[in-house]
Design a protein around this ligand. Structure first.
Ligand SMILES: [Zn+2]
Length: 252
């Protein structure tokens, strides 16, 4: 099934130095994974816990796949509102955010603080556009990979956006983190040793086709995409960071 294209949108301005960047260095000891994003946003992620990695030759028995659930059904469970992404991803807030369901066709959510599903509603709130995109992604993924693994969706933004513990970006409802699919099919934390390169590249390509502003991946992963849009960034070896435009709002 081809990915429906979206109009390409110019990248945001490139970084400008900020006072917090200096502070970030001082915070490094306490929060060693904090990093600045190339557009001036910053983002920190929870360290990946030590998880035994099953060899590719021994895929886990995850049982039968969940019964198919049409994407239309999950969309009907969402309280849709006209969201407004104010300001920028690293210095903004979210008005009338929409909560992504805890799970749906092709995806589940997880709390990056505990690395376990589901994520809290207050951590999976985004613009209506972002929530719609994630649900669409899940539906597309489920159709292409009905036996799984489903995609693990981490943080979007907090209920009203703004400062968000692990992140310096993720403030206005236009950012989302997604785990790397694993070769062994386990729906859990991934690493450069356990991720499925081909599946992860599919994920990157989907977001590029949909007009994502930014897709970040870690330096120990082997992925590709248009320069300036798909970029290597430190501390993203266990997930992708995706930023989308916000055509419905005033921000971004
Ligand atoms: Zn992120």
């Amino acid at each position: 099934m081809p990915v429906p294209p979206r109009p390409r949108i110019p990248l945001p301005d490139l970084p400008r130095p900020r006072a917090w960047m200096v502070l970030l260095g001082a915070m490094a000891a306490a929060l060693p994974l904090a990093t600045a994003l190339p557009d001036g946003a910053s983002h920190a992620v929870a360290a990946e816990p030590a998880v035994p990695v099953a060899p590719p030759s021994a895929p886990a028995d995850r049982g039968p796949p969940p019964a198919p659930q049409p994407a239309a059904d999950i969309r009907s469970q969402v309280v849709w509102r006209k969201s407004i992404a104010h300001g920028t991803p690293n210095d903004g807030w979210l008005e009338q955010g929409v909560v992504l369901p805890a799970e749906g066709p092709g995806f589940y959510t997880y709390d990056p603080l505990t690395q376990t599903p589901p994520n809290l509603p207050g951590r999976r709130t985004g613009t209506a556009t972002l929530v719609r995109e994630v649900i669409d992604l899940g539906g597309w993924w489920a159709a292409h990979h009905p036996a799984g693994p489903r995609l693990g969706v981490g943080d979007l933004s907090e209920t009203s956006g703004g400062a968000f513990d692990l992140h310096v970006s993720h403030r206005n409802g236009t950012d989302v983190d997604i785990r790397l699919p694993r070769r062994d099919g386990v729906e859990g934390p991934a690493s450069p040793l356990s991720y499925d390169r081909a599946l992860t590249q599919e994920l990157v390509d989907w977001w590029v086709a949909r007009g994502a502003l930014l897709v970040l991946y870690g330096p120990h992963l082997s992925l590709s995409g248009p320069a300036g849009e798909v970029e290597v960034w430190p501390n993203h070896d266990d997930h992708l960071h995706i930023r989308i435009p916000d055509p419905d709002g005033t921000g971004n």
